[in-house]
Design a protein around this ligand. Structure first.
Ligand code: HEC
Length: 188
């Protein structure tokens, strides 16, 4: 059942044609990831600039879930971000997400560009065919302030205040921080 749409296309179309028939749903998910990033990144940048990292924690805490919620309502997809070492309680990965991020890590280790790492698949959830999409989120320089190996104690205290079970510290530049993860029932 897995990937039946994609394998059907591959069977019947020459490869060059397939390249031009990226499924509409995958394209939709890509645009959502772009939109999420396009909304969150400027908020983070602005907050870091005007109030420093401690203030920026407030902004991430407030804006990230808000953006996810608004995009979910607008698009009809369940929009989330997950990680193998989550900070937010909502960021815990399920089995498919864990497997996908392990694949991303493997590809990163093989030298793949993190910007190209994504996965689109039709997966059965509770008997329902479901579109699932993930896109890698690499650790950039600015991210190290709050996710790196040397987070200042006051900042760590601030983070632990919101997220007592935080595990999202200790990352190095370029490592996989997490991934966008979206899903939508096919029948919807
Ligand atoms: C000012 C501190 C701060 C900075 C800088 C920062 N983050 Fe975060 N990050 C947070 C907080 C706080 C959360 C939890 C947000 C929430 O409640 O949804 C978070 C959550 C995340 C998540 C969701 C998964 C999880 O573990 O909860 C990802 C992915 C993520 N950050 C990636 C990044 C990336 C990539 C960068 C750099 C571009 C970055 N962060 C920079 C504070 C920060």
């Amino acid at each position: 059942m897995k990937n039946y749409l994609l394998s059907g296309l591959i069977m019947t179309l020459p490869l060059s044609a397939y390249a031009n028939t990226v499924p509409e749903k995958q394209q939709e998910a890509r645009m959502l990831a772009k939109e999420f990033l396009g909304q969150l990144k400027p908020e983070l940048g602005k907050a870091m600039k005007t109030g420093g990292p401690i203030h920026a924690v407030d902004i991430c805490h407030e804006k990230a879930p808000e953006i996810a919620k608004n995009l979910s309502e607008k698009s009809g997809w369940n929009v989330n971000r997950v990680s193998l070492k989550p900070r937010a309680a909502t960021a815990k990965a399920d089995a498919w997400e864990t497997a996908t991020m392990n694949e991303f890590n493997q590809l990163l280790a093989e030298g793949k560009d993190p910007k190209t790492l994504e996965k689109f698949e039709i997966v059965k959830i509770d008997g329902q065919d479901t579109y699932r999409y993930m896109k890698a989120i690499p650790t950039g320089k600015v991210c190290l302030t709050c996710h790196g190996e040397t987070v200042p104690a006051v900042l760590e205290d601030k983070i632990k205040g919101f997220y007592p079970h935080d595990t999202a510290i200790g990352y190095k530049l370029g490592q996989l921080r997490g991934a966008f993860s979206f899903q939508q029932s096919v029948a919807k």
